[in-house]
Design a binder for this molecule. Structure first.
Ligand SMILES: [Fe+2]
Length: 267
């Protein structure tokens, strides 16, 4: 087997990306630490092929930590089956070709969207990214209100925190079919906005910066709330949403979007 493009850079800087090397000596990658795999790769000219795959990230809390608002049963099914299914489906698709090798998940979502003519990998990649983002949009003991800059920005862009909540809930309940509701920072308009997207689509695709997301696919709420979507959305806003994470994301977003008056350097 000759060298392929995927053999050029087997260790891109992505914590989400796991790498397995098919060495000529048939090393089993699962049995050796990644650091040793890398050394083996660098020192072995007979290394022939790299298979890249993505690992399943666990929610940043135990599966029963969101009870009684989101049950362990829901997390086991939603994360353990649906999210895992998207990830395994994606890895299977990626194993067929090395064209999409080496991207972070966010890059993979954008690349596979292909300007609106999505590659077959898009749905799985986007749903993996969306779900990772969603799990981190919640925390045990969530709800309440954000503080400091995020609260001020919400009040500036929505009039009040109550208005924002109403707009978010209304967007969730008026979404047709499966999809997502987001609080995003719009890069060009420099303001927060509530948006909804269908199926696997995410605001990343038009360069908005997501701050919070809510999964409105039926699998997200049916076990706990049956068809009572209103209860699910209410519980998310009042008991689950992580304003701590939202504030961190907002701080990060502000390294790309200057929400203040630009300061002109004085010579
Ligand atoms: Fe979901």
């Amino acid at each position: 087997m000759g060298w392929s493009a995927s053999c050029i850079n087997p260790f891109p800087a992505s914590s989400h990306l796991l790498v397995a090397i098919n060495m000529s000596k048939h090393l089993k990658s699962s049995q050796i630490p990644l650091r040793k795999q890398k050394r083996a790769w660098l020192g072995n000219e007979k290394a022939r092929c790299v298979l890249a795959y993505y690992g399943l990230q666990k929610p940043p809390y135990e599966l029963d930590a969101l009870e009684p608002y989101m049950s362990r049963k829901t997390l086991e099914m939603h994360w353990g089956k649906h999210h895992r299914g998207y990830l395994e489906g994606l890895n299977k698709q990626l194993a067929k070709s090395d064209v999409l090798y080496g991207y972070t998940m966010e890059e993979l979502v954008k690349v596979t969207y292909n300007s609106g003519n999505p590659f077959p990998e898009f749905n799985n990649a986007a749903q993996v990214w969306n779900h990772d983002f969603f799990w981190e949009s919640m925390q045990p003991g969530g709800g309440n209100e954000p503080i400091l800059g995020l609260l001020q920005q919400i009040e500036m862009d929505f009039g009040s925190f109550t208005n924002f909540k109403e707009k978010f809930i209304e967007a969730a309940l008026s979404l047709l079919g499966s999809g997502w509701v987001w609080l995003v920072l719009k890069r060009n308009e420099k303001r927060l906005e509530v948006v909804k997207t269908s199926n696997a689509i995410s605001p990343l695709l038009w360069d908005d910066i997501p701050i919070i997301s809510l999964d409105m696919w039926e699998h997200a709420y049916y076990l706990d709330y049956k068809n009572e979507k209103g209860k699910y959305v209410d519980v998310f806003m009042n008991h689950l949403v992580s304003w701590n994470m939202a504030m961190l994301r907002m701080a990060r977003a502000q390294s790309f979007v200057n929400l203040a008056e630009p300061k002109i350097p004085v010579a």
